[in-house]
Design a protein around this ligand. Structure first.
Ligand code: CP
Length: 312
């Protein structure tokens, strides 16, 4: 069994079985990353293009390394230094890349839905690396991989997603993914940063952090997206940190061995205190490593790879 679509556009569109396949395939991929020689010939002759219209450290670099570890030819295009800056459209840019032989185009774009548009116009596989406030499926996959690796399962776990849910593509992909995998998802933040009717996605919404964190297995702390904020959604960054920031006192409401996740980049001292970010319950650095494994799995599966055991 492989993935049903040529693309990975979001976790809303894929099944629980497909999520399990990606997570299972990432397990042997992680073994490759941990080897002394991190290179296998699996994607030799395949071309992977990172097309990024927004800044990124983790996602862009991990896709590039994922491709390189699998022996694909990987290229990075930043919109700011390409012909996009001269007015070329997304569709024309992608077509240009495709006719040069790209097998996979990885797109990060500020407009929600842009990877879906692209996927309809190119034969290459399109992977959504974050589209506006819509979805960031590979981040949610690496979050789920990390939780499953540490706690052994996703089914039945209580997961709190804390912070700026309104602007967060990470939150939306985690909600789709975790609820499909049988986790109980709580979202918590200021009422101005919770989308209206968010409960319709199968989650419980809270505005008091202590109440939301009571007895949870996992806390996924979201970045305050200062670049996407409109005025007046919360009074000041200091006020936000005081009422909604995850600190050692609030962490005590969760289970004693609860995991702390953050997709990065962190605003230290705002949504998360430095002692919690660097504390023993934090798995933030492991998330980054797992991001490479999950992206290797996806590149493998979308370019024709089959069962997880074949990837070894
Ligand atoms: N988590 C995440 O998407 O980080 P980057 O913006 O650095 O890719």
């Amino acid at each position: 069994m492989g993935l049903k679509s040529k693309d990975l556009l979001g976790l809303r569109d894929i099944t629980r079985e497909e999520i399990e396949l990606i997570l299972d395939t990432a397990v042997p991929m992680k073994d490759i990353i941990l080897r002394k020689i991190k290179k296998v010939p699996t994607l030799r002759g395949k071309a992977v293009v990172n097309l990024f219209y927004e800044n990124s450290t983790r996602t862009r670099t991990s896709f590039e390394l994922a491709g390189k570890y699998l022996s694909a030819d990987t290229i990075n295009i930043a919109a700011s230094s390409s012909s996009v800056a001269k007015g070329e459209t997304l569709k024309d840019t992608a077509k240009t890349i495709e006719v040069m032989g790209a097998d996979v185009i990885i797109l990060r774009h500020g407009a929600s839905g842009s990877p879906h548009l692209l996927a309809r116009h190119v034969k290459a596989s399109v992977i959504n690396a974050g589209d506006g406030t819509h979805e960031h499926p590979t981040q949610a996959l690496l979050d789920m991989y990390t939780i499953r690796e540490k706690l052994g399962r996703l089914e039945g776990l209580k997961v709190a997603i804390l912070g700026d849910v309104l602007h967060s593509r990470v939150a939306r992909s985690n909600i789709w993914g975790l609820t499909k995998m049988g986790a109980e998802v709580r979202v918590v933040g200021p009422s101005t940063l919770l989308p209206p009717e968010i409960e319709k996605l199968g989650v419980q919404a809270y505005t008091r952090v202590e109440e939301a964190l009571e007895g949870v297995d996992v806390i996924n702390v979201l970045r305050i997206q200062l670049e996407r904020q409109q005025k007046g959604l919360f009074p000041t960054v200091r006020e936000y940190a005081r009422i909604f920031g995850l600190n050692a006192g609030r962490l005590k409401y969760a289970k004693p061995d609860a995991l702390v996740l953050h997709p990065g980049p962190m605003n230290r001292g705002v949504e998360i205190s430095p002692d919690v970010a660097d504390g023993i319950q934090s798995v933030i650095t492991e998330q980054v490593t797992n991001g490479v494994a999950v992206r290797m799995a996806l590149l493998y599966l979308l370019t024709g790879g089959g069962a997880a055991e074949d990837a070894r």
